[in-house]
Design a protein around this ligand. Sequence first.
Ligand code: HSE
Length: 391
Amino acid sequence: MNIAILGLGTVGTGACEAAARSEAIKVRWIFVRPGKKVALEYQDLITSDIDDIINDPEVDVVCECMGGETPAYEYVMAAMKHGKHVVTPNKGLVSAHYRELVDCARENGVALRFTSSAGGGIPWLFNLLRTKRCDTITRVWGILNGTCNYILDTMHREGSDFDQILKSAQDLGYAEKDPTADIEGIDTLRKCVISGDLAFDGDIDPDSVPAFGISTITAKDISWFKAKGYVCRLIMSASRSEDGVSAYVEPTLFRADSLEAGTGANNNLVSLEAEELGIQSFYGQGAGKAPTGSSVIQDVIDIATGTEMLPGGYYHLPAGSTPVDNSTCTHRYYIHISNDCQGFPFQIVAEQEEDKDGFYLITKPVPVSQAHSIAQEFRSNGSFFMAGIQE
Ligand code: HSE
């Protein structure tokens, strides 16, 4: 099977290295932007003209590892229209253009696979699809951002400073180029949308999923959690609701003996609950060169060996966009808010402590939609952090 790899960053390089370890795969082209410095071993394969790849009848699969929506979207659509299968770890692309990508794959009779777009090296989406073949999934949830997990785990263990830990996550190649997407929960949101689309045959609009990240967490919050026996993790959750899905991203406090609390460093832990199967959890490396690059090549091998049975995959698109409703999903929250917080709805508070830095509150159970509206209103007014509490 001949492949072209678009992009030679962390994941593209990992895919090249994984391809070299597989006898079934031959890298025919590597696309890079003009002027990019490339290692000697790859120089004969380089092009900066996408048409070299699109018009090459010998290319079977295009592995888009560039990231970003443009020109990745244009390139993968052109590749599929020219009869090439597509594999991509690009969660921004898949979450934003799921319907167009699936439709295009079907119309052109090609495979579209993106196992590495959520969970990196963990075969999460692959097993989600397998489970669905003879069961009904009711909920998916878990830790899907290695950068945030690394930061939260290190803060919990060492009490180190947020910015310093973020810098080391970038140096280790976990964080996105712009880490805002990691620490504000946007990366997790994209993986939540993809997981929810596959679990519930949905087409979830990323803009309809609320996300609260970890950028405002303080060492004091962490001390408070430790004193009460909690560990904080950034999680995504998506479940079936009456008309559509409930879906959100937020920091969550877990009891210290839970699987989530035991998921340290940059690892991911993602779970599904199905009507017959019950709960299944998947743990491992969710980011980085080798795990994500290997996962890209695993998808290529599945295409080569025919494991990919349907053009476009096992994706079932609904007629329209899937409504997101978080009003019936309720739990308690921890909220840290500055003393100067006029208008805060204290009627939702069950427990309250206060010092010079602000209020430390535990709410009564409140709808997720209400908690995220409060976050939107108060986070710009000074210090604000919130975390759901796993009951
Ligand atoms: N920045 C992401 C993470 C990379 O830290 O998990 C994998 O999607």
